[in-house]
Design a protein. Structure first.
Length: 122
Protein backbone atom coordinates (compact mmCIF):
# COMPACT_ATOMS: atom_id res chain seq x y z
CA UNK A 1 0.00 0.00 0.00
CA UNK A 2 2.85 2.38 0.86
CA UNK A 3 4.44 1.71 -2.55
CA UNK A 4 1.16 2.52 -4.31
CA UNK A 5 0.73 5.78 -2.37
CA UNK A 6 4.34 6.73 -3.08
CA UNK A 7 3.88 6.01 -6.81
CA UNK A 8 0.69 8.10 -6.91
CA UNK A 9 2.42 10.96 -5.10
CA UNK A 10 5.40 10.80 -7.49
CA UNK A 11 3.12 10.90 -10.55
CA UNK A 12 1.12 13.80 -9.09
CA UNK A 13 4.28 15.83 -8.42
CA UNK A 14 5.65 15.07 -11.88
CA UNK A 15 2.44 16.07 -13.66
CA UNK A 16 1.92 19.23 -11.63
CA UNK A 17 5.51 20.40 -12.10
CA UNK A 18 5.69 19.89 -15.87
CA UNK A 19 5.24 22.86 -18.20
CA UNK A 20 3.14 23.09 -21.30
CA UNK A 21 4.84 22.79 -24.68
CA UNK A 22 4.25 26.50 -25.37
CA UNK A 23 5.97 27.54 -22.13
CA UNK A 24 8.98 25.35 -22.87
CA UNK A 25 9.35 26.71 -26.40
CA UNK A 26 8.77 30.31 -25.32
CA UNK A 27 11.32 30.05 -22.50
CA UNK A 28 13.97 28.63 -24.81
CA UNK A 29 13.54 30.97 -27.77
CA UNK A 30 13.67 34.20 -25.76
CA UNK A 31 16.61 36.22 -27.08
CA UNK A 32 18.43 36.59 -30.41
CA UNK A 33 18.95 33.77 -32.92
CA UNK A 34 20.95 33.75 -36.16
CA UNK A 35 19.92 31.63 -39.13
CA UNK A 36 22.69 29.13 -39.84
CA UNK A 37 21.03 26.91 -42.44
CA UNK A 38 18.13 27.02 -44.87
CA UNK A 39 16.84 23.74 -46.30
CA UNK A 40 20.01 22.02 -45.13
CA UNK A 41 22.36 24.49 -46.82
CA UNK A 42 24.64 26.63 -44.62
CA UNK A 43 23.85 30.34 -44.75
CA UNK A 44 27.03 32.44 -45.25
CA UNK A 45 27.82 34.57 -42.19
CA UNK A 46 27.39 37.82 -44.15
CA UNK A 47 23.90 36.76 -45.29
CA UNK A 48 22.53 35.44 -42.00
CA UNK A 49 19.27 36.89 -40.76
CA UNK A 50 18.69 37.44 -37.06
CA UNK A 51 15.43 36.91 -35.19
CA UNK A 52 14.97 38.36 -31.72
CA UNK A 53 12.15 37.14 -29.49
CA UNK A 54 10.83 38.87 -26.38
CA UNK A 55 8.49 36.47 -24.60
CA UNK A 56 5.18 37.18 -22.91
CA UNK A 57 3.21 34.12 -21.72
CA UNK A 58 2.12 32.24 -24.90
CA UNK A 59 3.80 34.61 -27.32
CA UNK A 60 5.41 38.00 -27.47
CA UNK A 61 7.08 40.43 -29.81
CA UNK A 62 10.23 40.38 -31.84
CA UNK A 63 12.25 41.67 -34.75
CA UNK A 64 13.47 39.93 -37.91
CA UNK A 65 16.67 41.60 -39.13
CA UNK A 66 18.13 41.10 -42.55
CA UNK A 67 21.13 42.89 -44.05
CA UNK A 68 19.22 46.09 -44.94
CA UNK A 69 15.89 45.87 -43.09
CA UNK A 70 14.43 45.15 -39.66
CA UNK A 71 10.83 43.97 -39.43
CA UNK A 72 8.94 44.03 -36.12
CA UNK A 73 6.46 41.22 -35.44
CA UNK A 74 4.24 39.64 -32.82
CA UNK A 75 3.98 35.91 -32.28
CA UNK A 76 1.76 33.42 -30.52
CA UNK A 77 2.37 29.77 -29.70
CA UNK A 78 -0.07 26.89 -29.63
CA UNK A 79 1.62 23.53 -29.04
CA UNK A 80 4.42 23.43 -31.67
CA UNK A 81 2.86 26.01 -34.05
CA UNK A 82 4.05 29.61 -34.02
CA UNK A 83 1.99 32.28 -35.75
CA UNK A 84 4.13 35.28 -36.72
CA UNK A 85 2.39 38.51 -37.75
CA UNK A 86 4.47 41.33 -39.21
CA UNK A 87 3.41 44.66 -40.69
CA UNK A 88 5.39 46.56 -43.32
CA UNK A 89 4.09 49.88 -44.65
CA UNK A 90 0.62 49.13 -43.29
CA UNK A 91 0.42 45.69 -44.92
CA UNK A 92 0.12 42.71 -42.56
CA UNK A 93 1.69 39.36 -43.29
CA UNK A 94 1.02 36.17 -41.33
CA UNK A 95 3.29 33.15 -41.36
CA UNK A 96 2.68 29.91 -39.46
CA UNK A 97 5.74 27.82 -38.72
CA UNK A 98 6.05 24.43 -37.07
CA UNK A 99 8.74 24.21 -34.41
CA UNK A 100 10.68 20.99 -35.05
CA UNK A 101 13.46 21.46 -32.48
CA UNK A 102 13.69 23.85 -29.56
CA UNK A 103 16.74 23.60 -27.36
CA UNK A 104 19.04 26.04 -25.62
CA UNK A 105 21.45 25.98 -28.54
CA UNK A 106 19.20 25.15 -31.52
CA UNK A 107 15.87 26.27 -32.96
CA UNK A 108 14.58 24.61 -36.10
CA UNK A 109 11.29 25.25 -37.84
CA UNK A 110 9.46 24.47 -41.05
CA UNK A 111 7.41 27.24 -42.65
CA UNK A 112 4.08 26.85 -44.46
CA UNK A 113 5.92 26.36 -47.78
CA UNK A 114 7.86 23.39 -46.36
CA UNK A 115 11.17 25.28 -46.10
CA UNK A 116 13.28 24.41 -43.05
CA UNK A 117 15.39 26.98 -41.19
CA UNK A 118 17.87 26.27 -38.43
CA UNK A 119 18.91 28.94 -35.92
CA UNK A 120 21.54 29.17 -33.21
CA UNK A 121 21.78 31.69 -30.36
CA UNK A 122 23.52 34.88 -31.39
Amino acid sequence: MKKLLFALLAVTVLVSSSCSKEKKINRRIDGSWKEVSYNGVAVPADEQSTITFSKDKKGGTGTMSYSIISIPFTYTLVEDKMTIVSTIDGISDTEIVTINTYEKDKLEWTDSDGDKSTFEPK
